[in-house]
Design a protein around this ligand. Structure first.
Ligand SMILES: [Zn+2]
Length: 187
């Protein structure tokens, strides 16, 4: 009995779990759950599916080259029972697991920190751009300071003009309404 790895998502398959597919050339494919089995039947490429180990490994999200992986080796040759050897290997397994976990955590931390640094740089660049734009706007305002009162004057006059003109228009309309087609008829 051994812990197999899923052909699709490369997670562990414990005895009594998952499903095995044996191709007509006698190659076995083991799957941890129906999700992986279905994905395999749909001929999905595990390197292109984001939740698989293959994707994570090919995109630098997992620890790849490490000396702790060298201990994991498939061995089909039976080993004669030796109590001391068993005790030693079990102790070694625990210790190796500890070391690997520590290294993986460090790897994740460094990866996330690098991403955070990139994000921070982007935000800072955005802020700097905004500030420079604001400064430019203020400088332009300062330059336009002399013309400001004139502009306001103009505005007032235009508003007044508009009011007057609208009043005129209204009166004209009223006049038109009061005098329908009588003058034209006379012509
Ligand atoms: Zn799986």
């Amino acid at each position: 009995m051994r812990i197999e790895t899923c052909h699709f998502c490369s997670s562990n398959i414990y005895p009594g779990h998952g499903i095995a597919f044996i191709r007509n050339d006698a190659k076995t494919f083991r799957f941890c759950r129906s999700k992986c089995h279905k994905a395999f039947k749909m001929k999905k490429n595990p390197k292109k599916v984001r939740w698989t180990g293959a994707f994570r490994r090919s995109h630098g999200k997992e620890l790849l080259h490490d000396s702790t992986f060298d201990f994991e080796r498939k061995q089909n040759r039976p080993v004669r029972y030796d109590r001391e050897l068993y005790a030693k290997t079990i102790n070694a397994m625990k210790r190796i697991q500890e070391i690997r976990l520590r290294r993986e955590r460090l790897h994740y931390k460094q990866r996330i920190l690098a991403n955070k640094r990139i994000l921070r740089d982007r935000v800072l660049a955005k802020q700097a751009k905004k500030q420079s734009l604001e400064r430019q706007f203020l400088a332009e305002l300062d330059e336009a300071d002399f013309e400001a009162p004139l502009a306001i004057k103009d505005k007032r006059t235009t508003v007044e003009r508009a009011k007057q003109s609208s009043h005129k228009h209204k009166t004209d309309e009223k006049m038109k309404a009061a005098k329908p087609k009588a003058p034209k008829m006379k012509k």
